[in-house]
Design a protein around this ligand. Structure first.
Ligand code: C6P
Length: 411
């Protein structure tokens, strides 16, 4: 009897995700591209459908019933997220368009307020472009310096190198909680503590962490934590930026427009309270409701169960893939989330991806928006399988057979 069935009721879970029963290229879909975006359960699809059929209205503006209902539902969604990541206050949850939106907000607003010539920003080698480029842009504007913490050959953050880079000049440290390309789980609590000792703020990119592990922002004590709805069963175009109240209150608004103001005259505008100060314009209302439904679904399954189950999937897949000749795993950190990146020496990752797609298996190939990381490993890209709790060991068997076949064909 396979062990996965003991942790989760996998048949029931899979039945909740309509797309998982479709065929691709005449084969049952094996969806292992969860790092790019997750699939959505029926509950989330229903919330979106119901909203546009029965509830659609703008929020924070109307006195009519529909608008008030939509406002209440949206603000309740904020509370669901607050509870999920254990933030102290609901107004510390800023709805954004996603992780990228959240990081750009911080880089721009924090940079305007706190960065000056000669100040330093620390990131790591394994960052997604979303946690590199916004910092490069603001550093260039302000004359600040971007410092990069190196990693070892297993893909682990080098704490002793970080210690050397941290100084009184460090104003903010921005690192990923889980690497999308390597699966490495970074010791973010220690990273945060060390930055705070030097008086620096910390932003954590949680895009690949929140879908797979329990995140408690108060326990971490991070200043900012950004993540996307679509990687955790929710819709695209919505995400959350958590920020500590006392830090957010010091930052200037990011964008100007409706909802973020208290009063406007041609001479002077005063700004709204948190969180609205950072939420200019009509938001992705249905996105917020869909995200709350996604969190409720994850809560029902249990984040600890998700983590344990995905860990089993990763261990199983890792053992199986190592049996295939010429395969080299990229990212072998001791602490890993459910990402399996690999290269087949002498072949291009996209050839593997294309061949196994014909067999119904969806993985991502390429640089995964981490080009500097690819340069670190001296490779053009990887083939990446990223698992979710609705995947199974049987699917891993199909994937392994497909990769074996591709490797033979590309000999
Ligand atoms: N990574 C992947 O296939 P957005 O696009 O804003 O939802 O998320 C950006 C982002 C930021 N940080 C990390 C660690 C990420 O993994 C991502 C998105 C996807 O790996 C698409 S490139």
């Amino acid at each position: 009897m396979i062990q996965e069935k003991q942790i989760l009721n996998i048949e029931k879970i899979r039945a909740d995700f309509p797309i998982l029963s479709r065929q691709v290229n005449g084969k049952p879909l094996v969806y292992f591209d969860n790092g790019a975006t997750s699939q959505k359960p029926q509950e989330v699809i229903d919330v979106i459908d119901r909203y546009y059929q029965n509830e659609n209205s703008n929020i924070h503006r109307g006195i009519h019933t529909l608008s008030q209902e939509a406002t209440t539902a949206y603000e309740e969604a904020r509370l669901v997220v607050q509870k999920f990541i254990n933030a102290k206050h609901e107004h510390e949850m800023i709805f954004t368009s996603g992780t990228t939106g959240g990081i750009n907000l911080v880089a721009s607003s924090f940079g305007k307020k706190f960065l000056n010539k000669g100040d330093e920003v620390i990131i790591s080698t394994m960052e997604h472009h979303s946690n590199i480029v916004p910092w490069q842009m603001i550093c260039e504007e302000k004359g600040a310096v971007l410092k990069v913490v190196p990693i070892n050959d297993k893909g682990e953050f080098l704490m002793e190198e970080y210690d050397k880079l941290l100084s009184e000049n460090t104003k903010i440290v921005a690192v990923t909680h889980v690497s999308n390309t390597l699966g490495t789980i970074n010791p973010v609590k220690e990273i945060i503590q060390k930055a705070h000792q030097k008086g620096a703020y910390v932003l954590i990119d949680g895009a690949q962490a929140v879908p797979h592990t329990k995140v408690d922002v108060q326990e971490l004590d991070c200043d900012f934590y950004a993540f996307s709805g679509h990687k955790m069963l929710g819709p695209t175009g919505v995400g959350i930026l958590y920020g500590k109240e006392e830090v957010l209150n010091q930052l200037p608004p990011y964008q100007g427009g409706g909802d973020m103001i208290k009063t406007v005259t041609f001479e002077k505008t005063t700004y709204n309270e948190l969180p609205h100060k950072f939420e200019a314009g009509t938001p992705n209302i249905v996105g917020g409701l869909g995200l709350a439904a996604a969190i409720q679904y994850m809560n029902e399954v249990g984040i600890e169960n998700i983590e344990a189950y995905e860990h089993e999937l990763l261990s199983y897949a890792t053992v199986q893939i190592k049996k295939i000749e010429r395969i080299r795993i990229i990212g072998e950190a001791t602490q890993k989330a459910s990402v399996l990146s690999f290269v087949v020496d002498g072949t291009h990752p996209s050839d593997i991806g294309m061949i196994i797609d014909k067999l119904g298996v969806a993985i991502r190939t390429g640089h995964h928006c981490t080009e500097p990381l690819m340069n670190r490993f001296n490779i053009p890209g990887t083939a990446r399988a990223s698992f979710s709790f609705y995947n199974t060991k049987e699917e891993i068997d199909v994937f392994i057979q497909a990769v074996e076949r591709a490797v033979k064909m590309l000999r």
